[in-house]
Design a protein around this ligand. Structure first.
Ligand code: GDP
Ligand code: MN
Length: 378
C-alpha cells in the first residue's frame, strides 16, 4: 500500500523528521486560505500515488493567496498518469540550496534493508543508478544492531555532505530507519531531502510503501487507504478475498493457488501467449467465487480466452466443475474457455464439463496450447 505524500509527511513529523509547514486542500478556495495562513510563497503539490509529478506539471509555486487559488484550480483539474488529482498539498515554499536523496528499501540479495543516499537528489534514483551509479552510497541495516551512527557518518562522507549538517543528517536517517521498521515498509524515501539557504535539512518530498502482508499489524493505516487511487478491479478483488493483478495480455487466468497461478502464466508465455492477469481464487472454488472471478476477468476488454486451471485437493474437482457451470449460467461469457482440472475426482469433473460442451484439457501443456491458439483466433 502506497501512502500519499501528505500522509507520509504526517508520519515523518510524528517521528521528528522536519517537514515544511502546510496542509492539504480539496478546493482552490481552501488552497488560497492555507496560503493566506502561511503568509508567504507556497508550493502546491498534486497528491497522486505516482512519481514524477514535478515533470508532469503537478507541482507549482505560488507567491500570493490569489495565485495559489489559480494554481490549485489548474492542478486539481489535472489527471497525472491516469490518476485524477483530488487533493493538493499547500506548504511553505522552501529556499533550496541543495537537493539530496535518502531512502531505505529491502535488499533481497543481502536479506537486509539497505539505506541509500546520493548527492543527486530531486531526480529519479533509478536514473542516477543508470547514469552515475558511483553517486549512490549504501549501508545495510543489521537486524539486531539497527542502523549505527558510524554507518550514517559513512553515508554523509560518501555524498560529501558539509560537516555542519552531519548531526541533523544522523537524526534524519535514524528517524527514517525507525519509520521503515515500525510500519513494515518496503520503501521509504525522501527525494529531495533539501538543504535550505537558511541552513536547515528538510524533507521536501515523502514516499512510504507498506508491505500489504503486514497491514493487519497497522490498523491505524486503514484510514490512509485511498481506494480512488487504486485499480478498481484490484480493489474489488481484495474485497472478495481474491488476489488479482491486472496485466496486459489476452489470456485470462483463473487459478487456485499463487504458485500454480505463476506456473500457469509461465506456460502461457512459453507457448507464445500473454497472460491478461494474475488471479489466485484461493481454496474452495465454489460457484459464487468462480462467478466473481469470472466477472473480474471479463471486465478486461483485452481478454480473448479464459484458462481455468484448478487443482482439486480438499475441494473435489466435481464440485469445482459444478461451480464453474453454475457461474457460466450466471455470467454467460461470450468468449471461449479452456478448463483443466486435476486432483481428487478429476474424471467426474471433466465428464460434467464435457457434457456441457466445455473445452477441457488434461495436462497444463495441452490447456495452455489450446488457450493460446484460441487467443489468436485459430
Ligand atoms: P515528484 O516530482 O513527484 O518527485 O515531487 P517532488 O516533491 O520531489 O518535487 C519535485 C521538485 O520540485 C523538487 O525536486 C524541487 O526541485 C521542486 N520543489 C518542490 N517543492 C518545492 C519548494 O517548496 N520550493 C522549490 N523551490 N522547489 C520545490
Ligand atoms: Mn520526489
Amino acid at each position: 500500500m502506497k501512502l500519499h505524500e501528505y500522509q507520509t509527511k504526517q508520519i515523518f513529523a510524528d517521528h521528528g523528521i522536519p517537514i515544511p509547514k502546510g496542509w492539504v486542500a480539496e478546493t482552490p478556495e481552501e488552497a488560497a486560505r492555507i496560503a493566506q495562513e502561511l503568509g508567504g510563497p507556497v508550493a502546491i503539490k498534486a497528491q497522486v500515488l505516482v512519481g514524477g509529478r514535478g515533470k508532469a506539471g503537478g507541482i507549482k509555486l505560488a507567491r500570493t493567496p490569489e495565485e495559489a487559488r489559480e494554481v490549485a484550480e489548474r492542478i486539481l483539474s489535472m489527471t497525472i498518469k491516469g490518476l485524477p488529482v483530488r487533493k493538493v498539498l499547500v506548504e511553505e515554499a522552501a529556499d533550496i540550496a541543495q537537493e539530496i536523496y535518502l531512502g531505505i528499501t529491502n535488499d533481497r540479495a543481502a536479506k537486509r534493508p539497505v539505506v541509500m543516499a546520493s548527492s543527486e537528489g530531486g531526480v529519479d534514483i533509478e536514473e542516477v543508478a543508470r547514469r552515475s551509479p558511483e553517486k549512490i552510497v549504501r549501508a545495510h541495516i543489521h537486524p539486531l544492531l539497527g542502523l549505527q551512527a558510524y554507518q550514517i557518518r559513512d553515508l554523509a562522507l560518501g555524498i560529501e555532505l558539509p560537516r555542519e549538517f552531519w548531526s541533523s543528517f544522523i537524526a534524519f536517517a535514524r528517524a527514517l530507519a525507525q519509520v521503515y521498521q515500525k510500519y513494515d515498509a518496503t520503501l521509504v524515501e525522501i527525494n529531495p531531502l533539501v538543504i535550505t539557504r537558511q541552513g536547515n535539512l528538510l524533507a521536501l518530498d515523502a514516499k512510504l510503501v507498506v508491505d500489504d502482508n503486514a497491514l493487519y499489524r497497522h490498523p491505524e493505516l486503514e484510514k490512509f487507504r485511498d481506494l480512488d487511487a487504486e485499480d478498481p478491479t484490484e480493489v474489488e478483488a481484495r474485497q472478495y478475498g481474491l488476489s488479482y493483478i491486472k496485466l496486459d495480455g489476452t489470456v485470462g487466468c483463473m487459478v487456485n493457488g499463487g504458485g500454480l497461478a505463476m506456473a500457469t502464466m509461465d506456460i502461457i508465455k512459453l507457448f507464445g501467449g500473454e497472460p491478461a492477469n494474475f488471479l489466485d481464487i484461493g481454496g474452495g472454488a465454489n460457484a459464487e467465487k468462480v462467478a466473481r472471478a469470472m466477472r473480474l476477468i471479463l471486465a478486461d476488454p483485452k481478454v480473448k480466452v479464459v484458462l481455468i486451471n484448478i487443482f482439486g485437493g480438499i475441494t473435489r474437482c466435481d464440485e469445482v466443475a459444478r461451480g464453474i457451470l453454475a457461474a457460466m449460467e450466471e455470467v454467460k461469457p461470450d468468449i471461449p474457455m479452456v478448463v483443466r482440472l486435476v486432483g481428487t475426482n478429476a474424471e467426474e469433473g471433466r465428464a460434467l464439463l464435457q457434457e456441457a460442451a466445455m473445452e477441457t484439457a488434461t495436462t497444463l501443456t495441452e490447456a495452455a496450447q489450446k488457450a493460446v491458439r484460441l487467443a489468436y483466433g485459430q
